[in-house]
Ligand binder design. Structure first.
Ligand code: NAD
Length: 349
């Protein structure tokens, strides 16, 4: 028989448990008996049970699994000193490429303009205080009225994310845009830009253009079709991908993976949405599409056409369900709750 695909599921906080349950149902329906799920608690659930938002046993289980499905986490409200599981997985396993596709769908897009793009965001350094230092936080406060943030950009991290973006661009239209602020952040974004240019020069199928981040934010609204693949630093990618996702109809629509050389974590683009948690009304599309991206990543790595096909089937089923206004969730104007939406996707499969 076929080898079993073993997925580690980390439900997380807020709407995490609801959307991971919906995602498991869809992956199960698409892959069949060839997939096994192991669930472990992180976040507030593991803090209550074992005193840490990211138990050591979870970090040990990640490389043992074929892939990880990670729910959003409410790290903003964790007690001081508790790790952010999302950041710890990204840096701990060097998941350097956060790949976030986004596209317009008939009747859902805010803009009514075609958009079909992929944002490839550097994931391991940049402006994030929990990612920019080897020891200690990347933020400090020398006196009560001044605070500093360190933004770390390295050539090595820039090159590896640039390579990931070039491979994605080469498999699509070949158009890659590097988004930066090298006009002001001359050293850090200058270094990022220099490395992206050098890597792109090695990909004959890729043409590179360069856009400053503030203009990129405007162009996403004015002319989203001008972008195909975007590569950018951590915080710019975080913000622009939320913008693109919302323009496509909702933050709840865009899939996302955190990919390293040998480990991949599927993770919704959005946060834990505490305002709607526990109400069964969250849109699980983002995590479902993230899981499909993980299956596709695994299928390519393991040369397993069944997984790649399952990923494509999930994407088609989600498209079909979202096409019908009566089978949408509330964030995009429909009547369905989380479970009913997942069941509609399962039925479409
Ligand atoms: P959020 O993304 O959780 O929510 C923003 C808004 O979008 C809310 O109104 C929410 O209800 C809505 N929304 C988000 N996802 C939705 C979905 N799937 N279906 C329907 N509506 C959805 O951002 P926030 O409120 O700024 O942050 C909440 C918490 O999440 C914070 O603790 C933050 O630090 C954390 N966060 C975690 C991640 C992550 O785990 N990757 C990412 C972003 C924020």
């Amino acid at each position: 028989g076929r080898p079993m695909t073993r997925l580690l599921v980390l439900p997380g906080d807020g709407i995490g448990p609801e959307i991971t349950e919906a995602t498991i149902a869809v992956v199960r329906a698409a892959v069949g008996e060839g997939v096994a799920f192991e669930e472990m608690a992180i976040g507030e659930a593991s803090l209550a049970a074992s005193g840490s938002t990211l138990p050591d046993a979870v970090m040990a289980a990640v490389p043992e699994a074929d892939g990880v499905i990670l729910g959003p986490v409410s790290h903003y409200t964790y007690p001081a000193g508790q790790p952010n599981p999302s950041a710890a997985l990204r840096t701990g396993f060097q998941l350097y490429a956060n790949v976030r596709p986004c596209r317009s769908r008939e009747g859902l897009s805010v803009l009514r303009k075609p958009m079909d793009l992929v944002i490839v965001r550097e994931n391991t350094e940049g402006f994030y205080a929990d990612r920019s230092m080897h020891a200690g936080p990347g933020e400090f406060m020398p006196d009560p009225d001044s605070a500093f943030s360190i933004r770390k950009i390295t050539g090595a991290a820039s090159r590896r994310v640039a390579r990931a973006a070039c491979e994605i661009a080469a498999a699509r239209s070949g158009r890659l845009t590097v988004v930066h602020k090298a006009n002001v952040l001359k050293l850090t974004d200058g270094l990022f830009l220099r490395e992206v240019r050098a890597v792109a020069a090695d990909f004959p199928a890729v043409t590179l253009d360069e856009v400053i981040v503030d203009a990129a934010a405007a162009l996403l609204v004015r002319d989203p079709a001008r972008f195909d693949v975007i590569v950018t630093t951590n915080m710019f990618g975080d913000i622009l991908s939320d913008e693109a996702s919302e323009l496509s109809g909702s933050l709840g629509l865009g899939g996302s993976i955190n990919a390293g050389d040998s480990i991949c974590v599927a993770q919704a683009q959005h946060g834990s949405a505490p305002d709607i948690a526990g109400k069964g009304m969250a849109n699980p599309t983002s995590l479902i599409l993230s899981a499909a991206m993980l299956l596709d990543w695994l299928g390519r790595r393991k040369n397993d056409a069944a997984l790649t096909a399952a990923a494509a089937r999930i994407e088609r089923a989600v498209d079909r369900v979202l096409d019908d206004p009566a089978s949408r969730t509330r964030d995009v104007g429909g009547p369905l709750g989380t479970d009913a939406f997942a069941q509609a996707v399962v039925a479409a499969l």
